[in-house]
Design a protein. Structure first.
Lengths: 458, 159
């Protein structure tokens, strides 16, 4: 019971921190999106605090860590008065109406979420990528009060996991200090509030019966669900990448600077979780260029591109270049991991073919990703054959899916260590929230939703 | 209201259809229902050690066993244990998937090394096994250590 209270208190503090960030950027959303996004951004803020303390060589005692978390959360809210008034007003005017037909899917979703949360809490971390890297560093950081600890005196010749960015290490430290010996519970927070975010985003245009069904299909992607139970980098990476694309597309629609900054910040968080995401962020730049070219507003491209891309570059420099080279006691040459035969594009085509043939469209698809890709392809085909189905938003989501498909293959081509059966398989998790949000904007599904709504009112 | 009931019925049917798709049926049974059944048992024993043993199995329990073989009073911070590959233990009827040094350190706080590492020559203790029992022996002679490393090399090393 005590642990439940602590977990809720941390979620509230995360909400406060994330709420402050959104208010600073003057981004006010509907309650479901606002609350869920605040918590998710709060998790990211939390993950940065112990790292910042470490960079300043401040000892990572429980007092220092929690004092810093509380201070940061409240400092971020110095200009949140308007946001607070807005949230209270929108909650007052918001009518929580449960429709009878929502209950079956919500019940199933809650059941799946409960099972995941319990297992995530109950079992210690398992994947060796975690136990030989972030987790062991976090465990000894709590004992020795520093992330640069005795783990680096161990024989680390079998692993390079100690060089992964400190996103996970920091969250594990916080939750271990908070009384969770296995940490990990933060992952359940990410899972629950991302699910809430998606539910709210899907409900904007789709009928709730379709929203519920699509969300069940999404949660039941076997590989995706597995990583809501076992803490690793890829689920969180997929979440923040998806959120970044969401706000980039929102920016394309409304042109507000706060949205592109938020999109850039969220992409930076995704890079902080998995550093190779920087390549994917780079692949998004032509889409921004195309947007401004289409609007005959080319001069604005550099400003938008800088807002989007610079935070990612900065976080990469900080968490990889500076931290690894100037803080960690062991050397790691990332350029030595690069493919030395870049002229041989056959490997790239081979990787594209393997991604499609073994994982996304055939091969072991059902074991890893269930029926979700097939559902997406059916909706895509329905849109292709239906008149006036395409709209700017759905096309943008389609671009994002294409970027992941090509980008993940490109990363595999550039870094041979990014293998097909582990790294690529997990990296592909990023594609599914994008497919889901494409379906949320699909002309075909929106039209069915409208028909159901009309019939319901009749 | 009537439309709402029809939609509820449709919602239940669609969810059932999805859950009973051939592959999903198996997945729901193994993962969701299976994990729920686990929960009903797990909630009765929340001790940390029990949860570790359940999750990491022999890899954890045998590692702890090796650590406990260290004589009392030994300064464990100065100990570096040479671990033979998993296949070596398997041949001697010990079901032990040897965790890599970082994971062994996470489990037990003891530093270890593998035979294919440059650190192996610095080991001052090593593990041997015979007839299902484990021994932790101090390295008294560099030649014995070298001979042992060479002898262990006939077993494949895997993560």
């Amino acid at each position: 019971m005590m642990q439940l209270l602590i977990a809720i208190s941390l979620l509230i503090l995360q909400f406060i921190a994330g709420f402050g960030v959104l208010c600073l950027l003057k981004i006010y959303l509907k309650p479901g999106l606002f609350i869920s996004l605040s918590v998710l951004i709060g998790v990211a803020v939390f993950s940065f605090v112990p790292f910042a303390l470490q960079l300043a060589y401040i000892t990572l005692t429980a007092f220092n860590v929690f004092a810093a978390l509380i201070a940061v959360s409240f400092l971020l809210n110095l200009k949140s008065k308007n946001g607070f008034v807005y949230l209270v007003q929108s909650l007052r005017s918001y009518r929580f109406q449960w429709r009878l037909y929502e209950i079956p899917s919500l019940f199933l979703i809650l059941f799946m979420v409960f099972v995941s949360v319990w297992r995530c809490y109950y079992y210690p971390p398992t994947p060796r990528d975690l136990t030989s890297g972030a987790e062991v560093i976090a465990e000894y950081a709590v004992k020795e009060k520093t992330m640069i600890n005795s783990v680096f005196t161990v024989d680390l010749s079998t692993t390079n996991n100690q060089f992964k960015p400190p996103f996970l290490t920091c969250l594990q430290i916080i939750y271990k200090y908070a009384g969770f010996p296995f940490g990990q519970v933060w992952l359940s927070g990410v899972f629950i509030f991302f699910t809430l975010f998606l539910y709210s985003a899907l409900n904007e245009k789709l009928h709730k019966i379709i929203t519920g069904l699509l969300l069940v299909m999404f949660i039941a992607i076997p590989e995706m669900y597995g990583y809501t139970i076992m803490a690793l980098f890829d689920y969180s990476n997929a979440v923040f990448f998806c959120l970044s694309v969401y706000f980039l597309i929102e920016y394309f629609a409304n042109g507000k600077s706060g949205y592109i900054i938020l999109s850039g910040v969220l992409m930076a968080i995704a890079v902080y979780v998995r550093s190779e995401t920087l390549i994917l962020a780079g692949l998004v730049l032509p889409v921004i260029l195309f947007h401004h070219w289409r609007k005959n507003n080319f001069s604005k491209f550099f400003k938008t591109a800088a807002c989007f891309f610079l935070p990612s570059v900065l976080i990469y420099l900080l968490s990889i270049t500076i931290y690894i080279n100037y803080y960690l006691p062991t050397l790691y040459k990332i350029d030595s991991l690069l493919n030395t035969n870049l002229a041989n594009l056959n490997l790239f085509y081979q990787r594209i073919s393997d991604v499609a043939g073994k994982y996304l469209l055939a091969g072991n698809i059902l074991d890893h990703y269930g029926y979700f890709t097939f559902i997406f392809v059916i909706v895509l085909c329905a849109d292709a054959f239906r008149k006036n189905s395409w709209n700017q938003v759905s096309l943008n989501w389609l671009w994002a899916i294409f970027i992941i498909f090509i980008g993940i293959s490109l990363i595999g081509f550039l870094f041979p260590l990014y293998d097909l059966d582990h790294s690529t398989k997990r990296g592909l998790l990023k594609i599914f929230p994008l497919m889901l949000l494409y379906m949320a904007n699909s002309g075909f599904l929106v039209s069915i939703s409208e028909d159901i709504k009309k019939w319901e009112r009749s | 209201m009537r439309n709402s009931i029809v939609l509820t019925f449709a919602s239940v049917l669609l969810l059932l259809w999805f859950c009973f798709l051939p592959h999903n049926r198996q997945w729901f049974n193994q993962r969701i229902i299976g994990y729920w059944n686990d929960f009903l048992i797990q909630k009765n024993d929340l001790t940390i050690e029990h949860r570790k043993v359940k999750r990491w199995e022999e890899s954890y329990t045998v590692s702890k066993q090796i650590t406990n073989l260290l004589p009392e009073g030994t300064d464990s911070s100065k100990v570096l244990v040479l671990l033979p590959p998993s296949a070596y233990f398997k041949e001697r009827k010990i079901n032990y998937h040897v965790p890599e040094p970082a994971v062994f350190y996470y489990y037990t706080g003891l530093k270890t090394t593998w035979i294919n590492s440059a650190e192996a020559l610095k080991a001052n203790w090593m593990v041997t096994a015979d007839n299902g029992s484990l021994k932790l022996v101090p390295v008294s002679d560099q030649k014995i250590l070298l001979d042992s490393i060479n002898a262990f090399k006939k077993y494949p090393v895997d993560l």
